[in-house]
Design a protein around this ligand. Structure first.
Ligand code: TXA
Ligand code: MG
Length: 334
């Protein structure tokens, strides 16, 4: 497909047109507060199939269904009291919940599983689109499979150039990393499938229950949640994590780039290569917002290697470590 890309904004007529396109079975890239998504009518089998084709995504990788509210989620999934507690606090927002699915959800959306992942996003523009279209929207991140997720419209336009016709520009994503995914299919053992900006300890305190953590699930559940694949979210340029103990010589070479978490902690540029910072003062929410943006930008700069500092192993640092670890796994895996 080579037709020109049509870009929409937040004008009322744009929202109406985008809703019409989605209702008629088109695929449209849309903003959410986490990352941009590649959306289609979740109840339209062939529209959802096109999402997989555009991304080059294997059919074993189920999609998240975006809904306006709890009531629309109830059309697609069997809700539970635990779900309602979480939704009351975190919806609309960056929380995806996996629940037993209802029959109307096409098998292609759930990769044949008997569960479905639902999320009510809070970005105002996708909320307007959901409200106008009155259909649930299946939407994975709007990047070629395995590549860095997009947090700005320009990242989508570049990485899916020639493969999509419609893009809604909602500005820079407020969160910058994908939603937290909790599996509630087994009521007695709620499971964290993917860490995000809503922290597991916060969810545990709402549920009054411990979450099973993905550490042991990382390899075995790769088919259920390919966001947990060891290699994912990767730039084409090799990405490496800076050694934490100080080596006698700097590991980088001319032409490499170094990414520090905090400018306050590393005020001096690294010698002999380009230096970037994910935040001014170490605020990890700022770092999360910048991470994919910077990786998307640096990936076109012909650096030899991108070196990135390892964030702290707690709180949002665990989510950042999760994404950075998978992105850095690329050149050792393939
Ligand atoms: O923040 C987000 O969640 C973004 C935006 C667009 O909403 N979406 C996103 O989608 O990250 P995607 O496809 O890149 O990641 C969805 C993850 C996949 O790893 C998928 O396997 C998992 O959710 N998933 C979907 N349905 C599932 C199910 N029924 N059971 C277990 N995992 C599921
Ligand atoms: Mg993705």
């Amino acid at each position: 497909m080579t037709s020109a890309l049509q870009v929409f904004g937040d004008r009322a007529e744009d929202v109406v047109r985008v809703a019409e396109l989605l209702v008629s079975g088109e695929v449209v890239a849309v903003p959410t507060e986490t990352v941009y998504g590649l959306a289609a009518d979740a109840l339209n089998e062939s529209a959802c199939r096109r999402i997989f084709e555009i991304k080059g995504r294997p059919l074993i990788d189920p999609l998240i269904v975006h809904v306006e509210d709890v009531s629309q989620a109830g059309d697609l999934a069997v809700l539970s009291r635990a779900f309602e507690r979480l939704a009351e606090i975190f919806w609309p927002g960056p929380l995806t919940v996996v629940l037993p699915k209802r029959g109307k959800v096409p098998a292609i959306v759930t990769a044949g599983l008997d569960s479905v992942a639902v999320r009510a996003p809070r970005h105002p523009l996708i909320r307007k689109i959901l409200h106008a279209a009155k259909i649930p929207l299946a939407a994975p991140s709007a990047n070629p499979f395995g590549y860095i997720s997009p947090t700005r419209a320009e990242h989508v336009a570049k990485s899916l150039a020639g493969r999509i016709q419609y893009l809604v520009d909602g500005g820079a994503c407020e969160v910058g990393v994908e939603s937290t995914i909790i599996d509630l299919c087994e009521p007695l053992s709620p499971t964290l499938l993917r860490p995000g900006s809503i922290l597991p300890e916060t969810i545990e305190s709402v549920l009054g229950q411990r979450l099973r953590r993905p550490a042991s699930a990382q390899k075995s559940s790769a088919q259920r949640a390919p966001g947990l694949l060891e290699q994912h979210y990767s730039p084409r340029t090799p990405l490496r994590i800076l050694p934490t103990s100080h080596p006698s010589a700097n590991p980088w070479r001319d032409g490499d780039a170094v990414i520090f978490i905090s400018r306050a902690a590393h005020p001096e540029p690294a010698t002999g290569c380009s230096t970037y910072w994910l935040s001014e003062n170490g605020d990890l929410a700022d770092a999360a917002r910048q991470l994919y943006h910077l990786l998307n930008q640096l990936d076109v700069n012909n650096h030899g290697t991108l070196w990135i500092e390892q964030p702290q192993q707690s709180g949002l640092g665990l989510t950042l470590n999760d994404r950075i670890g998978r992105a850095a796994a690329k050149d050792t895996n393939s």
